[in-house]
Design a protein around this ligand. Structure first.
Ligand code: AKG
Length: 322
């Protein structure tokens, strides 16, 4: 298990610099753009997603992770299914177990949970309801970002993640309390729950229970903790949105540290485009072709490259223009 020896920077509690965006106010469009430029990360409030539905899904996720391993591993597969400790196939490990599934529009027809699991129908319905609402919220936020950038039409980004053939995924993570952490070392003994990485997709939407652990990397290289807030959603810019904006938006590096006392349960919706979607800097955001920082690629090409890399690799580097 990866153990960090250096103390971790950033305020765990108290004033956090993380932008908080009220998406019920259309005027938040400029603050959204600023947050994507400066942090690649922001917290969303007044989102209208039912807290009851979120609670049902969290409850079902906790029930699932408390099943015996022999039952959980029946949902094993690659890339989708149950996983424990190993993240991907390239040697990354973390203090985490997870359930990863396809979250495309047709995902209600996917038998991703074996029917014999207790409550699998409730779980399936909660997953379906949650991903439907979060997909809608994601499109709303992308349209506000579009407005803030002054791009026409206003669905330029949202249409990439809302069509029939989009390639979105959903992940439930469970970080059990970690006995490897020595609580007497004043934070100098941190165990990695999920190693540092950026998300390859367009944008990701995270919600967690009340246990913190998520950290984001700032422009100056320091790490800050994200105070948990179960009633809000946290958005992070993915690599593909960084490319679409020609580097104006930052795909934020993030990681999760394990907690010695409490379980963390998080749910992340990764909004991706269709496999054949071409990704390149939008011409309306550059003055001429020469300014493009990236070579064009399809989402399928980039996804394959990401699946074959280590979590902490700079996955965009091979696509940067020389
Ligand atoms: C991921 O699953 O890609 C994450 O970054 C996990 C974040 C979290 O569990 O809070």
């Amino acid at each position: 298990m990866a153990v960090l020896s250096k103390p971790v920077d950033g305020p765990e509690f108290g004033l956090s610099p993380i932008p908080v965006i009220d998406i019920s106010d259309p005027e938040s469009k400029n603050a959204l753009v600023k947050a994507c430029e400066e942090f690649g990360f922001f917290k969303v409030i007044n989102h209208g997603v039912s807290s009851e539905l979120v609670s049902v899904l969290e409850h079902e996720a906790v029930e699932f992770f408390s099943l015996p391993t022999s039952l959980k591993t029946q949902v094993e597969g690659y890339p989708f299914g149950y996983g424990n400790t190993e993240i991907g196939r390239n040697g990354d490990v973390g203090w985490v177990e997870y359930l990863l599934m396809n979250a495309n529009l047709d995902f209600s027809s996917h038998p991703f949970l074996p029917g014999h699991l207790k409550n699998s129908e409730t779980f399936r319905n909660a997953l379906l309801g949650y991903t439907t609402l979060v997909r809608k919220m994601t499109c709303d936020v992308l349209e506000m970002i579009n407005d803030g950038l002054g791009i026409n039409p206003r669905n330029t980004f949202s249409k990439l993640v809302s069509g029939e053939n989009t390639d979105s995924i959903f992940r439930l993570n469970h970080y059990p309390p970690c006995p490897l952490i020595n609580t007497n070392t004043n934070g100098g003994n941190n165990v990695i729950g999920f190693g540092e990485h950026t998300d390859p997709q367009i944008i990701s939407v995270l919600r967690s229970n009340n246990t913190s652990g998520l950290q984001i990397n700032l422009a100056d290289g320091s790490w800050i903790s994200v105070p948990s807030d179960p009633s809000s959603f946290f958005f992070n810019v993915g690599d593909s949105l960084q490319v679409l904006t020609n580097g104006r938006f930052k795909s934020v590096k993030h990681r999760v540290l394990a907690n010695s006392m409490k379980s963390r349960v998080s749910m992340i919706y990764f909004a991706g485009p269709s496999l054949t979607q071409r990704i390149f800097p939008l011409t309306c955001l550059i003055d001429n072709e020469d300014e493009s920082l990236y070579e064009e690629f399809t989402w399928s090409e980039y996804k394959n490259a990401a699946y074959n890399s280590r979590l902490s690799d700079n996955r965009l580097q091979p696509f940067e223009r020389k």
